[in-house]
Design a protein around this ligand. Structure first.
Ligand code: ATP
Ligand code: MG
Length: 247
């Protein structure tokens, strides 16, 4: 029986911050005492291991699990956190080893009863993997930045995933910049209207976030992006956290 809330972290364009937000939301949910499993679906393009600071600890990966070279528990790397409740399965090293719809379904129903949350770090854009994952998820968290091209691709992806059976979707606008640096970018309302998904959070552009991801460290509580990340985690848990006015 699946009990986990499963979120597909996805985007139309690449490099919008999916993996960073997977790592940060995983840590934020773990800080709230929830157990979380982060599964990296980006075959051949592993990155979450570095963002989580465990690149030297990963022994088996999703490819090993799918091909029966390890048991499910062996594919999991435990991320050092105060409660030991954050877990990670690394992407297959082999770019051709992508989970099929059946494999994903088995994987999620198998792990679903052991975790409160499963976050799927999707490859960017359309493709077999996000389309297979879409109907299996509680919701997609669509990560976009406010550039027009990014937003257009986000809207196209969302429409496609809905056609594939996605039940629900929430929007994260990432790397949002202050007004004076935003020439040529869309305003928040325009992004929300164009994508047609309810906003769950706006994460500012923050060098401290990029540094935390580069060094595999948790984001410091004083970082500009910290309150935005903790607010998204709280909203995922059904708490009402008002969106701060963004200038
Ligand atoms: N809010 C932010 N502020 C500053 N830097 C950010 C922010 N979000 C992400 N970054 C940086 O942007 C880069 C791309 O992020 P990330 O790898 O998470 O994107 P992605 O969507 O997973 O990319 P891909 O599509 O290649 O998988 C990274 O260097 C990351 O540190
Ligand atoms: Mg990524």
């Amino acid at each position: 029986m699946t009990v986990a809330n499963i979120y597909l972290i996805t985007s139309g364009k690449g490099g919008t911050g999916k993996s960073s937000l997977t790592a940060l939301l995983g840590r934020a949910l773990a800080d709230r005492g929830r157990s979380a499993l982060l599964i990296e679906l980006d075959s051949g393009l592993r990155g979450l291991d570095m963002m989580l600071g465990v690149s030297d600890q990963v022994v088996f990966d999703l490819g090993d699990l799918l091909t029966g070279r390890c048991r499910p528990t062996e594919a999991i790397t435990v991320i050092p956190t105060p409660e030991g409740n954050l877990h990670y399965i690394a992407a297959a090293v082999d770019p051709d080893l992508r989970p099929s719809a059946e494999e994903l379904s088995r994987l999620l129903s198998g792990f679903g009863s052991y975790f409160d949350y499963i976050l799927l770090d999707s490859p960017a854009g359309m493709g077999e993997v996000p389309e297979a994952a879409a109907p299996l998820c509680t919701a997609a968290l669509l990560v976009t930045q406010a550039q027009p091209v990014c937003v257009r691709d986000a809207a196209a992806l969302m429409a496609r995933l809905r056609r594939q059976g996605l039940k629900s979707q929430r929007l994260i606008i990432n790397a949002f910049m202050p007004r004076q640096l935003r020439q040529g970018f869309l305003d928040l309302d325009e992004v929300i209207d164009l994508v047609g998904a309810q906003l769950i959070g706006v994460v500012p552009q923050d060098p401290a976030l990029a540094e935390a991801m580069a060094t595999g460290q948790p984001l410091g509580k004083k970082a500009a992006a910290y309150p935005a990340i903790t607010a998204i985690a709280a909203r995922l848990e059904g708490e009402y956290v008002p969106l701060k006015a963004v200038k």
